[in-house]
Design a protein around this ligand. Sequence first.
Ligand code: NAD
Length: 475
Amino acid sequence: MTYLNDLFIDGTWRPGTEDRRFPVIDPADGTELATFAVATPGDCLDAVAAAERALPAWSATPPRERSELLRRCYEILAAEELTMTDIIVSENGKAHADALAEARYAREFFRWFAEEAVRIGGDFRLSPAGDKRITVTRQPIGVSVLVTPWNFPAAMATRKIAPALAAGCTVVLKPASETPLTAAYVIGVLERAGAPSGVVNLVTPAPTAPAVRAMLHHPAVRKLSFTGSTEVGRLLLHEAADNVISSSMELGGNAPFVVLEGADVADSVAGAMVAKMRNGGSACTAANRFYVHTSLLEEFSTELTAAMSRVRTGPGHDPENDLGALVSVAERDKVAALVDTAVDGGARVVLGGAASGAGAFYPPTVLADVTHGSEITRTEIFGPVVTLIGFDDPADAVRMANDTIYGLIAYVYGPPGDAMTVALAIDAGMVGVNRAVLSDPAAPFGGMKQSGLGREGSAEGIEEFLEEKYIGSPV
Ligand code: NAD
């Protein structure tokens, strides 16, 4: 397969000015898929300058035309879903079904924001004394820097590009260096759909930090939209502070999965499998800690372990495999170290628990007798590992669920009234009640506490790229 593997700046694909390249690796077998152009900080500033030049015309482009560009992207991605699936599997390692689901989820942001582009409203009112007119309009915030992670290399890009373009902003996308091929494919689709030069730009700097810092200090940049770890998010908030850049942050998670007394065990196990194993556990939304009422703990543990043991692990290109590789050997080793530390601390391995063989694979793993507060319950595991913890009083489940710096998402299974009571008490931006997949372009996605700032998707998603302007006048 031939990949787009250069920078895209001002409507042109080109190598970096230093003509350096970095390898893109298939984590299932360690082979080199392609080399990708390294952007210098100067290349990144060229991309910002191109976005700045393109901004006046793009923000003045009729909303219907902006909408139709996004709709064309949706149509192309629908026609080519297997191409995108293949690229995602190759460089990310995830299972075919997960990659196909991502390809479908990713394109929905183009469809959703094609619809939102023509619905940007304003406000009009009279002052209380009736002698002044208050008009509020919304305008694009300006040049936007978008920084995305490797775990959903397509969807995290489209979830930002689509609302930015719908709002009338121009963008520079900086994808994760593990997964630049998917990002380049998405940018290629925008090019084919007719995005004017400079409206979307792609840069892949190495090292990353100085180049992103340079962009965030360019006076034209007015928006940073970041998805990634809380650790890097904190650093970028500091960088963005210098020029007081509006920042949207989709950061890490540490999702609790609470099973209340009276829950339907089969239903809870089915939900647990999805909440844990979607994307091989490499999701900010992945259930990280399972708090199960002691009356159900044994049955839940037995059934979940049986379901986990049926998961077929192997290269994502084989659609028969349910669980692919982690994105890199380094990431696999991080998961292995977390499990080893938990076991040293007294956790009991019920299933899996050790990587073997070549490639960045980690087996489906279940750990029982995990101590709440131990490292594995405080850290995003980002792999196929279940940690089981019992509770007797739902108040304890809520306390443990909230005992984290994160607040992205939580899951509660149980009788609907009880589950709703617990859902309302958990500090998370999203809670699934007897439901395990919440990602939906029509819903506001985002976290509380150190899981983030702002929301993506839904009507809120476009607001992140708009600024209100109040115009006062006499009646
Ligand atoms: P990461 O924070 O390591 O990297 C994210 C992006 O930031 C990448 O493009 C990376 O190159 C860049 N980056 C890294 N260091 C940087 C620096 N010093 N300056 C500027 N840019 C820098 O995250 P990751 O490992 O790619 O992705 C996994 C993380 O993303 C997890 O924590 C996960 O929870 C989070 N995530 C959150 C959401 C959400 O919507 N909340 C969605 C997906 C992933």
